[in-house]
Write a protein that binds this ligand. Structure first.
Ligand SMILES: [Zn+2]
Ligand SMILES: [Zn+2]
Length: 364
């Protein structure tokens, strides 16, 4: 079957793509399979890893790379094997578009941990079916095609433009907040960094019933953090030991969203109460250093977290709809993507740029 719509997209051709050089052209999506959906893309936000993915930081940009993995749109075609979605449903798609479906982690509904997990763009290996080896294409486009399993229904009551940034950034912080019991077991939650991820961690942690402490350099973002719902604020300087001294053992969970080249984890871990955990969701290139003595004496842990599962995303959408979680977004017409992507490269978003396909029904 041929479709009446075209898979036109803003493609990166090389590592210079990030500098406003995305080219609009038609791409060929994966071959249609009966567990797929086609989605008309209405909104697609720009995640920090899109900037990396279009500048060659994740390896050289391959021709026709279509970035974008915070996609919100409307289902326009469903395969005969798809049970949970119908034409007209609103859905969100995050950073993962496939998994093997057979391993222990897939069986456990933790598909993000599948050894064959496939990224929404830049992947070349759908692990199942006839699309094996086909390039995966993301959301800087008019349409998206992929396994329905990874298109999660957006409930009524959640603004579709605000749902987009929840698909990767929001999910990345929500999954560890949920796993470590934010609002229940972990009443006191620290969020390091107030950017794309950090601002959503404050909003979501607060919506989960935790007392959030925002931790950021200087006092510039204090008022903003409190507006987002943070109860407390710790301003950091060049002397973290002194900054953190009076807050020792005050936090049950810390979500670290920043990615400096190195990070003194031992200082941050001094903020943890016994049984507390500091979770990394931002990449810190230099190895982390902490003594086993500190881990034992504090009875604390250092952990990482990789996006989240489709089930986590469904739970996040429910929470956001029920509690009114509103990521701070700034909209751009997707036609102006080459301006927006350079702004994202330069760290300008406060805190998420959302690209809008007005011809697909998106509202600026
Ligand atoms: Zn698997
Ligand atoms: Zn992302």
């Amino acid at each position: 079957m041929t479709t009446e719509y075209k898979f036109n997209a803003w493609t990166g051709q090389d590592d210079n793509a990030i500098n406003g050089n995305l080219q609009y052209k038609e791409i060929t999506p994966k071959p249609w399979e009966e567990d797929d959906v086609d989605v008309k893309i209405i909104y697609s936000s720009i995640c920090g890893s899109d900037v990396s993915g279009l500048s060659g930081h994740f390896g050289p940009v391959q021709p026709d790379r279509v970035a974008g993995h915070e996609i919100a749109g409307e289902v326009v075609r469903v395969g005969s094997q798809v049970k949970d979605l119908k034409v007209g449903d609103k859905v969100g798609i995050g950073a993962q578009c496939d998994a093997c479906g057979e391993c222990r982690w897939c069986g456990d509904h933790r598909e993000n941990l599948c050894p064959k997990m496939t990224f929404t763009y830049g992947g070349h290996d759908y692990p199942r079916g006839k699309a094996k080896g086909t390039q995966t294409y993301g959301g800087f486009a008019k349409y998206w095609r992929g396994p329905a399993k990874f298109a999660v229904r957006v409930p009524d009551g959640l603004d579709l433009a605000e749902a987009a940034p929840l698909c990767c950034g929001g999910l990345t912080v929500y999954a560890p907040l949920a796993r470590y019991g934010a609002g229940t077991k972990a009443k006191e939650v620290g969020v390091v960094g107030i950017g794309g991820l950090g601002h959503m961690a404050i909003l979501i942690g607060t919506a989960m019933g935790a007392n959030v402490t925002a931790i950021s350099r200087g006092t510039a973002k204090e008022a903003q953090a409190k507006e987002l719902g943070a109860k407390n604020y710790i301003a950091t300087s060049n002397d973290l030991k002194k900054d953190f001294e009076k807050h020792a053992r005050s936090l049950d969970l810390i979500i670290c969203t920043i990615n400096p080249s190195n990070l003194p984890v031992a200082d941050y871990a001094s903020l943890l109460s016994p049984d507390g955990t500091i979770v990394f969701v931002g990449v810190v290139p230099e190895p982390l250093a902490i003594s086993s003595f500190q881990l034992i004496q504090g009875q604390i842990g250092v952990a990482g977290s990789l996006i989240g599962s489709p089930a986590d995303l469904a739970n996040l959408f429910e929470l956001a709809a029920k509690k009114g979680v509103h990521p701070m977004i700034e909209k751009f017409n997707m036609d102006d993507i080459n301006t927006a992507i350079q702004g994202a490269r330069d760290g300008k978003p406060r805190y998420r740029y959302v690209l809008v396909n007005t011809d697909n029904g998106g509202k600026l």
